[in-house]
Ligand binder design. Structure first.
Ligand SMILES: Cc1cc2nc3c(=O)[nH]c(=O)nc-3n(C[C@H](O)[C@H](O)[C@H](O)COP(=O)(O)OP(=O)(O)OC[C@H]3O[C@@H](n4cnc5c(N)ncnc54)[C@H](O)[C@@H]3O)c2cc1C
Length: 98
């Protein structure tokens, strides 16, 4: 579904929102992305119903565990602009095998 990549609003029918793998965003095809897409879509939906506006935006957050070798992996988290977006600073080190 063609959505605005920041609000998850369907372009062909603005009353409709799409999240998850079905949403045609350039990044964000992970379950971890859904965690950030859903609250944004819901906030816009609730604002629509209330006749107000939401400023919530989805930044393209995606998270991929990359298997580097047997028993080792790296968690890579990034946004639409390929900025690293660590969600677990101090717990999961970025760009480090764990
Ligand atoms: C091998 C693999 C590894 C992955 N690893 C990770 C990971 O480590 N971390 C991570 O964050 N993400 C991971 N992902 C991505 C993650 O699984 C998806 O982004 C996430 O499941 C998308 O959720 P969704 O609800 O949008 O779609 P889905 O989980 O695909 O759910 C869609 C549901 O709709 C159902 N459905 C389809 N058509 C119909 C129909 N006509 N009527 C009724 N029901 C229908 C399907 O059966 C399915 O249950 C992985 C994906 C794959 C394939």
């Amino acid at each position: 579904m063609e959505v605005d990549r920041h609000t998850m609003r369907y372009k062909r029918c603005p009353d409709v929102f799409a999240v998850g793998d079905v949403a045609a965003v350039s990044k964000g095809k992970t379950a971890a992305s859904l965690k950030w897409q859903v609250p944004v879509a819901v906030d816009h939906l609730v604002a629509d119903i209330a006749g107000t506006r939401s400023n919530e935006l989805y930044n393209g957050y995606a998270s991929c565990p990359l298997i580097t070798r047997t028993g080792r992996a790296m968690l890579v988290e990034f946004d639409y602009n390929d900025n690293l977006t660590p969600f677990f600073p101090g717990i999961i080190a970025h760009l480090e095998e764990l």
